[in-house]
Design a protein around this ligand. Structure first.
Ligand SMILES: *[C@@H]1O[C@H](CO)[C@@H](O)[C@H](O)[C@H]1NC(C)=O
Ligand SMILES: *[C@@H]1O[C@H](CO)[C@@H](O)[C@H](O)[C@H]1NC(C)=O
Ligand SMILES: *[C@@H]1O[C@H](CO)[C@@H](O)[C@H](O)[C@H]1NC(C)=O
Ligand SMILES: *[C@@H]1O[C@H](CO)[C@@H](O)[C@H](O)[C@H]1NC(C)=O
Ligand SMILES: *[C@@H]1O[C@H](CO)[C@@H](O)[C@H](O)[C@H]1NC(C)=O
Ligand SMILES: *[C@@H]1O[C@H](CO)[C@@H](O)[C@H](O)[C@H]1NC(C)=O
Ligand SMILES: *[C@@H]1O[C@H](CO)[C@@H](O)[C@H](O)[C@H]1NC(C)=O
Ligand SMILES: *[C@@H]1O[C@H](CO)[C@@H](O)[C@H](O)[C@H]1NC(C)=O
Ligand SMILES: *[C@@H]1O[C@H](CO)[C@@H](O)[C@H](O)[C@H]1NC(C)=O
Ligand SMILES: *[C@@H]1O[C@H](CO)[C@@H](O)[C@H](O)[C@H]1NC(C)=O
Ligand SMILES: *[C@@H]1O[C@H](CO)[C@@H](O)[C@H](O)[C@H]1NC(C)=O
Ligand SMILES: *[C@@H]1O[C@H](CO)[C@@H](O)[C@H](O)[C@H]1NC(C)=O
Length: 711
């Protein structure tokens, strides 16, 4: 006994510190002062320091930064993902059993890769009684709460005792999504922000206007004027009347929806950087005002006296909508023989944006050689390709440069030049000088083209995803799946983390399962593989319950129905069965027997959900088709009327199939028109529609309705 207590006293007097890199995404440097742990299961409160509850981060990218209390409230709710129901309170000090959120006494100790203070740093201290997060700002504290969640998830709620200090190497970390050539709902984009945020990415660059490739060699002027082109912000301001055509109002963001998106993303530390593209990729502006275009209608004629005033009118309308300190004016891929026009254009707009809204301007690096003028140094250059610019030369000329090199470009579904998912090998070994990729690695094959790691002109890194083949090449969620498995690894590198590939592979699945604020997988909780089964055992007429025999309790209700002998009959155009579910992502098998009546409308829905619908036809053609994002993906198959057919809709990986009767599986395909002159048939992954069966003109009967989580 005596020996044992002496040994314990000795261990306590010699404070051993175990400095280690804890695995998370990103990794986290930590000094463990004990081999003991503190379990979050004993946490009773999230406490927010009363001195700083209303403090906001003014150094970040957003003009609508949440308060420390707002971040604390989000954190407390997020703990539900770990099974913890913990209230948030304001308090003047930590208490036993609390996670105390406060601000650091000296925010100057949190440094970026260039050695400058960053407001995104934080210190995490874990004691035997509780946890303290001290942020350089409320945003820094919020990133600290992400570390707590990740360590807790990986440690079975136990956190090591000790402390660690953390700060991002670079201030801009995230992605760009081409929302010009594909429409994405605000809820989808908000969920993507939640995804980025869990891995401490802070930037969501939204490319809000663009057009399909204007194939000038092939297209007539009329065809160009009719080519898919979109501008996603819809204002009633007469200055932009006609810019968004009425048929696309439903695929545009109003000020209210754009505000909600920006606020929801900011609530998780993610700033939306809006881009309105001109003078190239500007067909949508030429379709509005054809007189402003060059012969290639996708390029604006900057010499035309109305071009710059028109762009100023657009920016004057939308600048008040934007809550970021930086906006992006595009300026990609313009005619290099018009360099002086180009430079005048970007400098004029940048000065206008500064004078009107005191915001910074960003452009894509573009090869525009001029002997007489230069792009103002106040503009940040977003590098994407070495044939357009040299980041190192720009940096030496004192430009700030954001790395968006096409080493990490993705094009949705297909491309002759770019992959469809991020390259994990390149993320973990993409530095030509050795080691992992990092934001200062503009060139992943030649180290001589890269500045030093600590160069202060390197703004950060953004990975871009494009939709070259337009709105029907992919469904909305495929943009997520293109990033899903590898983007968190890139987030570690954008932050300056030290994660290895083996570590990433070992923790990604567990961390993915607890990302708050999103269900991009469209996962459904289930006790087993069978998620839902309606046997239609409860007979009745009118409003009839449909009991779920899976054990999950996802009971439905059939309206204007009759149920008997295991069959639900939909006898009126208003008959429909609603379920408590909405959508199921990959993988799934949705099987049922169906007998559509010959009286059912050709376009009637069999199934509908938030992301898709399975319909009997499109109103004129009776082929079975899935609709997603209002685009039809048809099979060359017609469901027979007035007889029973066993059907299985199958979502397997990146493809979707349908089996009817004993026939072979048929595959739903996207048909991509490549530059208007050739086609590619590619798989498409569409969620199972689950919110309702029938409705809107479906007549017939359904039986043996079952959803499984496997394919
Ligand atoms: C962790 O330990 C290292 C080395 O002893 C020290 O430099 C660092 O300041 C410590 N960090 C914290 C947050 O205690
Ligand atoms: C561009 O606009 C200028 C001024 O209006 C005009 O002279 C010129 O012809 C236009 N260029 C093209 C290619 O239309
Ligand atoms: C914006 O204008 C102000 C006042 O003229 C100037 O001090 C500042 O440098 C400008 N900023 C940019 C980004 O151009
Ligand atoms: C710039 O000057 C070089 C040599 O002085 C000349 O060859 C080139 O054509 C000039 N470029 C432009 C756009 O005027
Ligand atoms: C870049 O900035 C430095 C320091 O302000 C200055 O000495 C140098 O002349 C600038 N270089 C260029 C090309 O503007
Ligand atoms: C779909 O997945 C298969 C294998 O899982 C893969 O080979 C193929 O490249 C993927 N296709 C697309 C378009 O992502
Ligand atoms: C992924 O990146 C590595 C390293 O840059 C490269 O060698 C490889 O070809 C890339 N793979 C694909 C499929 O592009
Ligand atoms: C149905 O699809 C056919 C073939 O693609 C098409 O020609 C027809 O216009 C479509 N009908 C409707 C109402 O969309
Ligand atoms: C918007 O309306 C147009 C025209 O009615 C339609 O073609 C398109 O599919 C709709 N889009 C959405 C997202 O509802
Ligand atoms: C569709 O199926 C019919 C008969 O099943 C067949 O004659 C026709 O060639 C098919 N069309 C296509 C485009 O595959
Ligand atoms: C879905 O199915 C594909 C193809 O069989 C498989 O590679 C993938 O791992 C499955 N995904 C899940 C989440 O089970
Ligand atoms: C997608 O759009 C292209 C035109 O860009 C068209 O040729 C193709 O048929 C469409 N695909 C589907 C599945 O509707």
């Amino acid at each position: 006994m005596r020996l044992l207590s002496l040994a314990a006293a000795a261990a306590a007097s010699v404070l051993t510190v175990f400095a280690e890199t804890l695995v998370g995404i990103p990794t986290f440097n930590f000094n463990a002062t004990s081999t003991a742990h503190f379990s979050l299961s004993s946490v009773t409160h999230v406490l927010v320091d009363s001195r700083f509850q209303n403090t906001v981060d003014t150094e970040g990218k957003t003009l609508i930064p949440p308060t420390l209390l707002a971040f604390g409230t989000t954190f407390a709710a997020d703990l539900l993902e770990l099974g913890l129901s913990v209230p948030v309170e304001v308090a003047s000090a930590a208490r036993p059993g609390s996670i105390f959120l406060t601000l650091a006494g000296d925010p100057g100790v949190f440094l970026d890769a260039a050695g400058r203070p960053t407001s995104e740093g934080y210190e995490l201290s874990v004691g035997t009684q509780g946890v303290v997060v001290a942020g350089a700002s409320p945003l820094g504290a919020f990133w600290g709460t992400r570390t707590i969640m990740q360590l807790a998830k990986l440690g079975g709620l136990a956190l090591p005792i000790g402390s660690g200090r953390d700060a991002p190497g670079w201030g801009t970390r995230g992605v760009m999504l081409d929302a010009g050539r594909h429409y994405y709902s605000p809820s989808f984009l908000t969920e993507l922000c939640a995804y980025l945020s869990f891995f401490k990415q802070n930037t969501f660059h939204l490319h809000l206007s663009d057009n399909l490739f204007n194939n000038v060699g092939l297209y007539s002027r009329e065809r160009s004027l009719d080519l898919y082109a979109a501008f996603r912000l819809h204002s009633d301001d007469p200055a932009v009347a006609g810019l968004v055509r009425p048929y696309r109002f439903n695929e545009s963001y109003t000020r209210e929806t754009f505000d909600e998106m920006q606020a929801s993303c900011a609530a998780r530390g993610v700033t939306i950087i809006p881009e309105l593209e001109a003078p190239g990729h500007a067909l949508v502006i030429a379709q509005w005002k054809p007189e402003l275009a060059l012969d290639d209608l996708s390029l604006l004629n900057i010499s035309h006296p109305e071009t710059i005033p028109t762009m100023e009118a657009i920016w004057r309308t939308f600048l008040p909508w934007f809550h970021s300190k930086t906006v992006h004016i595009g300026a990609d891929e313009y005619d290099s023989s018009l360099a002086n026009d180009y430079i005048r254009f970007v400098n004029t707009l940048s000065a206008f944006i500064n004078a009107t809204a005191a915001k910074d301007t960003r452009i894509w690096g573009t090869n525009e050689p001029s002997n007489t003028s230069v792009v103002t140094r106040a503009i940040t250059i977003q590098h994407w390709e070495f044939f357009e610019d040299s980041p190192l030369v720009l940096i030496r000329q004192n430009y700030s440069v954001l790395n968006a090199d096409d080493a990490f470009y993705i094009v949705g579904k297909f491309s002759g030049s770019y992959p469809q998912t991020l390259n994990l090998t390149r993320i973990f070994a993409g530095n030509p000088a050795g080691g992992a990729f990092a934001p200062y690695v503009f060139d992943t094959s030649n180290a001589a083209n890269n500045p030093a790691r600590g160069d202060p002109r390197v703004v950060g890194h953004v990975a871009a995803q494009w939709n070259d083949y337009g709105p029907n090449a992919t469904v909305v969620s495929e943009a997520y799946y293109a990033w899903r498995d590898a983007l968190p690894a890139l987030a570690d590198k954008q932050w300056g983390g030290a994660l290895t590939r083996a570590q990433y592979d070992s923790v990604f699945g567990a961390l993915h399962a607890v990302i708050p604020g999103q269900n991009l997988d469209r996962a459904i909780k289930s006790k087993g593989d069978v998620i839902l089964r309606y046997d239609f055992a409860i007979e009745g007429d009118g409003v009839v319950p449909a009991a779920d025999s899976s054990g999950n309790g996802y009971d439905g209700v059939c309206h204007a129905c009759s149920i008997s002998d295991g069959v639900a009959s939909f006898a009126s155009p208003a008959s429909l069965l609603t379920t408590p579910l909405s959508s199921k992502g990959r993988n799934y098998t949705l099987s049922f027997s169906i007998k559509p009546s010959s009286a059912a409308r050709i376009g009637a829905p069999i199934l509908s959900g938030a992301d898709s619908a399975l319909v009997l036809g499109n109103g004129t053609v009776p082929h079975l088709m899935l609709i997603s994002g209002n685009q039809p993906y048809a099979l060359n198959y017609t469901l027979p009327r007035d007889v029973w057919t066993d059907v299985a809709l199958i979502g397997r990986g990146n493809a979707t199939f349908l089996r009817a009767g004993v026939g072979a599986e048929m595959q739903f395909l996207a048909i991509l028109g490549i530059n208007g002159e050739s086609f590619q048939w590619k798989p498409i992954a569409i969620e199972a529609p689950l919110a309702q069966i029938g409705g809107d003109g479906f007549l017939g009967s359904v039986a043996k309705f079952e959803l499984r989580g496997s394919a």
